[in-house]
Design a protein around this ligand. Structure first.
Ligand code: AVI
Length: 323
């Protein structure tokens, strides 16, 4: 396989993280590595699963409260930039974009994603679907994009971080992310974040261990990816997907359990990894929040809650913060 400079850098980082993670105790792999081509396809299937309530619920919030959301986002502003961190295919945001255009509000949509391919695809779709939309995609890391925009733009900004993506950070990283985000905000700016809320543990657990086994396949794909990228010899059949929710910490954690003692060889990295029987690799944390916790998170960095948009069952909350 041939790699560009950028791909080489990313692959080196992946290699470093894999070796570090699999030689640590407990073993760990970052969930950011789920999303290769197959992983992204599996995630799209997860979002449609009956058990995976998150996407459905957040979409419902956007669909039913679109006007109220726009009213709160706008505040006193007459023109603004809507910055969508990790925009993906922007399914939910599109509902707002359409309404903003209908109301003839002056704004620019700035989807931010590290995948230039995904952004190109999104831009083409948006140009057909909403031809009057002003779109300025930024293929960049989140904070580099915010830095660039803050220097370039005078219009107020509303920063979106939807889909409970914030829940995939570890506790320290959640605080760090929010703090860093705050540094790029000025007096008129706002932040709109999607949080998955604490609820019946059974409902949460099923969302991460669905009957059709798609989430398990999403987890095993990490092993396939390591096999492909580093000529490793993981047999995913010798691992078991395990998902456990802790109602005290609010952490939904996913693991791959080695069902036997085994040794794995990563040929390209000349690295052997030994597993005990039933040893775990922690592959993902999906944190579930409470409203006081969200309020506290905002307070800790000087962000006040302007409004909370939630569903009738209080499964999910999109929270608008202001400076
Ligand atoms: C992307 N992220 C918010 C998903 C979540 O719910 O934590 C990823 C996911 N993992 C398993 N199912 C979905």
């Amino acid at each position: 396989m041939t790699y560009t400079q950028d791909e080489k850098k990313q692959r080196n980082q992946f290699a470093t993280d894999v070796v570090k993670g699999l030689t640590s105790h407990p073993k760990k792999l970052s969930s950011k590595y789920f999303y290769d081509g197959t992983g992204s396809k599996l995630f799209r299937q997860i979002m449609d699963l009956p058990e995976y309530y998150l996407t459905r619920t957040e979409t419902e919030i956007f669909r039913t409260q679109c006007r109220e959301i726009i009213y709160s986002l706008l505040g006193q502003a007459t023109a603004f930039n809507l910055i969508d961190l990790g925009a993906g295919d922007a399914t939910k945001t599109r509902l707002l974009l359409r309404e903003l255009l209908q109301q003839k509000i002056d704004f620019t949509y700035v989807p931010v994603d590290i995948s230039a391919d995904a952004l190109e695809h999104l831009q083409t779709e948006l140009q057909t679907e909403l031809p009057h939309l002003q779109v300025r995609p930024l293929a960049s890391e989140y904070f580099a994009a915010l830095d660039w925009l803050t220097k370039k733009e005078t219009n107020p900004k509303v920063v979106f971080f939807l889909g409970s993506n914030i829940g995939n950070f570890e506790t320290k990283a959640i605080n760090h992310f929010t703090q860093k985000l705050r540094q790029y905000l000025q007096a008129q700016d706002k932040v709109f974040i999607g949080f998955d809320l604490q609820k019946d543990p059974h409902v949460i657990r099923q969302a991460y261990d669905d009957a059709a086994g798609i989430t398990a396949a999403f987890n095993y794909n990490l092993l396939h990816r390591i096999n492909q990228e580093f000529a490793a010899d993981f047999n995913p059949e010798y691992f078991k997907h395990f998902a456990e929710y802790n109602p005290v910490t609010g952490n939904m954690k996913s693991y791959l359990l080695s069902t036997r003692a085994q040794k794995i060889y990563l040929a390209d990295l000349d690295q052997e990894i030994a597993f005990q029987a039933w040893e775990a690799i922690h592959t993902e944390t999906s944190h579930k929040f409470t409203l006081p916790e969200i309020e506290q998170l905002g307070n800790s960095v000087g962000l006040k809650i302007n409004q909370v948009f939630t569903d009738p069952k209080h499964y999910f909350a999109d929270v608008l913060f202001e400076v």
